[in-house]
Design a protein around this ligand. Structure first.
Ligand code: ADP
Ligand code: MG
Length: 282
C-alpha cells in the first residue's frame, strides 16, 4: 500500500454540528446493521450543497469506518476506476488505483459522487457487478476484486433545475440502492448551524437565513443556495461585513435582485454609490 492510499483510507473527523432528520439517522443505523449481513448500497439525492457529501462523511465518522470518495463525474472511460497502464523506463506496467483497495477494505464507506454524471456512458458498467449480486469483478490486471465484509457503497445524485437531463439514473443501477432524499435544513436549524459554525450572533444568523429563505423560494427565480454558502455569508458577517457585502461577495446574484430582497425584508442596503465605486491604491 502506498502512503497515499493510507492517507485516503482514514476514518474522517466527526462534525459536532451536523444535523439530520431523525428518520435519516435511524435509517443510517439500520444500514450499518444490514451491512453486517451483506454489502449495502445507499443513494443520497438532493440539491447541490444540501449536505450529501457531509452525510456520507459523518456516517463514516460515526461508525468508525474508513471513507473513500470517487468523482464519477470525472470518469471518461470504462475501467478507469481500477487502474491504468503506465510507462516506466520503456516498460509498461499496471498501476492500481484506490478503488480496488477501497472495495477490498472491510467496513469501508465508498462514496461515488455525482453518479448521474459520468463523462462516458459506459464508465459505470464495471460498477454493476460490484454493486449487484456478484459483489466482485474480474480485472485482467488484478484478478478477482471482491467486495470485503461490511462495505457500504454510497452514491450521491445532484437534483435541481440546473441538473435536468442528468438526474435520470439508469433504472437497473437505481434498483440496487436504498434511497435517502435530503433537502436544505429547516430555517431554524440552519440558523443554529450558522451560529455554531461561524460564531455569528443569533440576530445576524436570523437575518442571513431570512434572506436565503426568500431567495431560495423566489417564485420567479428560485436560487439553489447551498448550506456552504450560508456558512460563507455567516463567516463574512462575523468578520464585520454588512449583510449586503457578505451576500454580494458570496452569491452569483444581481445587485438589483439582492437589494430588492433586502428592502423587502426591511434590512436596509446601506449607502448606494450613485456614480459607481471609488478606486484606491491596494
Ligand atoms: N445538515 C447539515 N448540518 C450541518 N452542516 C451542514 C449540513 N449540510 C451541509 N452542511 C455544511 O454545508 C457544506 C456543504 O455540504 P455538502 O455536504 O458538501 O453538500 P452536497 O454534497 O450536498 O453538495 C458542508 O461543508 C457542511 O459544513
Ligand atoms: Mg457533494
Amino acid at each position: 500500500m502506498t502512503a497515499e492510499y493510507k492517507k485516503q483510507l482514514k476514518v474522517p473527523e466527526s462534525d459536532p454540528y451536523f444535523f439530520m432528520p431523525r428518520s435519516v439517522i435511524v435509517n443510517l443505523q439500520r444500514m450499518d446493521e444490514l451491512s453486517r449481513k451483506h454489502p449495502v448500497n445507499v443513494l443520497v439525492a438532493g440539491k447541490q450543497g444540501c449536505g450529501k457529501s457531509s452525510l456520507v462523511r459523518q456516517f463514516a465518522a460515526r461508525y468508525n469506518r474508513p471513507l473513500t470518495i470517487f468523482q464519477v463525474g470525472l470518469l471518461t472511460e470504462p475501467g478507469q476506476l481500477f487502474g491504468q497502464q503506465r510507462l516506466r523506463e520503456g516498460d509498461t506496467y499496471y498501476q492500481e488505483f484506490l478503488f480496488p483497495q477501497a472495495i477490498c477494505t472491510p467496513r469501508c464507506a465508498v462514496h461515488l459522487e455525482e453518479i448521474n454524471r459520468p463523462e462516458h456512458p459506459k464508465a459505470l458498467n464495471e460498477l454493476f457487478s460490484v454493486l449487484g449480486e456478484d459483489r466482485s469483478i474480474w480485472v485482467d490486471e488484478l484478478g478477482l476484486a471482491e467486495v470485503a465484509e461490511e462495505v457500504i457503497f454510497f452514491a450521491s445524485l445532484n437534483e435541481g433545475p440546473q441538473f435536468t437531463g442528468t438526474e435520470v439514473l439508469d433504472a437497473a443501477l437505481r434498483d440496487r440502492f436504498y434511497t435517502i432524499r435530503l433537502d436544505y435544513l429547516p430555517p431554524a436549524t440552519e440558523q443554529e448551524v450558522i451560529v455554531l459554525k461561524t460564531g455569528v450572533s443569533e440576530e445576524d444568523a436570523d437575518k442571513i437565513i431570512r434572506v436565503i429563505h426568500r431567495l431560495r423560494h423566489d417564485p420567479r427565480n428560485p436560487l439553489a443556495i447551498s448550506t456552504r454558502h450560508s456558512l460563507m455569508v455567516g463567516e463574512l458577517v462575523n468578520t464585520g461585513a454588512s449583510l449586503k457585502e457578505a451576500f454580494t461577495f458570496t452569491l452569483h446574484i444581481s445587485k438589483d435582485a439582492l437589494e430588492s430582497c433586502l428592502v423587502a425584508l426591511h434590512f436596509g442596503i446601506g449607502e448606494t454609490e450613485a456614480d459607481g465605486e471609488e478606486y484606491e491604491l491596494f
